[in-house]
Design a protein around this ligand. Structure first.
Ligand SMILES: Cc1cc2nc3c(=O)[nH]c(=O)nc-3n(C[C@H](O)[C@H](O)[C@H](O)COP(=O)(O)OP(=O)(O)OC[C@H]3O[C@@H](n4cnc5c(N)ncnc54)[C@H](O)[C@@H]3O)c2cc1C
Length: 275
């Protein structure tokens, strides 16, 4: 994280923009307790979009539906998401994060409702889930924007590949589906949210082999992780974007991520010492 405040995130985005690296803002937090809290989160994102437009940044935002009240009421959550999308200028995408597997159906329902009305909304999907291939295929006729990730939650083996090698192999297979859909005009933005450098290189080679413009291959990474690779991608003509998380909720968020997946600590330490 560049800091806890929106100001710190804006400074980080301006610095990234100088290196031709885009940015996406996300305000840390999840699972609000009541409607007023979800309302506050919505108002915060409206303020963030106002600030982005004011500063002429091309930054986008990424929201968690559980923060917009999905547990309280899908209709209420949809209304909050809709307000955020309407506040966007129509060119930038409002991204929707994907959470634990028991949220996937409800998230897809809200996403489909939003996409039916607004083309500028994107969804994150996880390659560790067996269901994702079908979820993607079902979405392509609606011309979605997709950010593919491996998945961050601890999931049981009946819903997710237990072996990392299978998650990685499925990632590349799904990425090929997304790039094919992109070529055919059925995927507005094909985004790959990963720090896996060999995988990123493979994706880049695949895009070139297919004769697609490099800019169609969009790689999103977290702030401060694999910085050299973020800069290399931007220099080489790929679209390189950094997800900038900020807010005061980082400690509970980090502890929860650790409890769900202790390997995250190892990733973090390796990168702190590598950067
Ligand atoms: C832009 C973006 C958006 C995301 N959105 C979601 C989402 O909505 N839902 C969801 O479930 N998950 C999300 N994730 C997290 C994702 O699911 C993975 O848990 C995470 O990115 C690690 O997988 P990897 O693809 O980087 O590959 P891995 O094979 O897990 O890691 C490759 C290498 O990257 C480095 N690395 C990876 N992650 C980290 C880290 N956190 N800290 C330090 N180093 C790291 C390590 O060196 C590691 O060896 C997002 C990730 C990114 C980059």
């Amino acid at each position: 994280m560049p800091g806890e405040t929106l100001d710190a995130a804006v400074v980080a985005a301006q610095n990234l923009a100088q290196k031709n690296i885009g940015s996406v803002f996300t305000h840390l937090g999840e699972n609000v307790a009541d409607r007023s809290e979800a309302r506050q989160v919505t108002d915060h994102y409206l303020q963030v979009l106002g600030r982005i437009h004011q500063t002429n940044l091309s930054t986008e935002v990424s929201v968690k539906l559980s923060q917009l009240g999905l547990d309280l009421s899908p209709d209420f959550c949809f209304a909050n998401l809709e307000e955020i999308i309407r506040h966007e200028n129509g060119k930038s995408i409002v991204w929707v994060d994907i959470e634990a597997s028991h949220y996937v159906d409800a998230t897809l329902d809200v996403y489909r409702r939003a996409l039916a009305k607004y083309p500028n909304v994107g969804l994150c999907l996880q390659s560790y889930l067996y269901r994702t291939k079908k979820d993607l295929a079902d979405l392509f006729p609606m011309k979605p924007s997709i950010r593919l990730v491996k998945g961050a939650y601890k999931e049981p083996p009946d819903v997710a590949f237990p072996k990392k090698a299978d998650v990685d192999a499925n990632y590349f297979a799904l990425a090929q589906d997304m790039l094919k859909a992109k070529r055919e005009g059925n995927c507005v933005r094909a985004v790959f949210g990963t720090h896996d450098v060999p995988l990123i290189r493979r994706l880049g080679e695949y895009v070139v082999q297919q004769g697609m413009p490099k800019i169609d291959c969009e790689i999103h990474m977290l702030f401060g992780i694999q910085r050299a690779e973020q800069e290399r991608l931007a220099r080489d003509g790929f679209r390189s974007v950094v997800l900038v998380a900020y807010g005061t909720y980082w400690y509970p968020w980090f502890v929860r991520r650790l409890a769900e997946r202790p390997a995250n600590l190892w990733f973090l330490l390796r990168n702190v010492f590598a950067s």
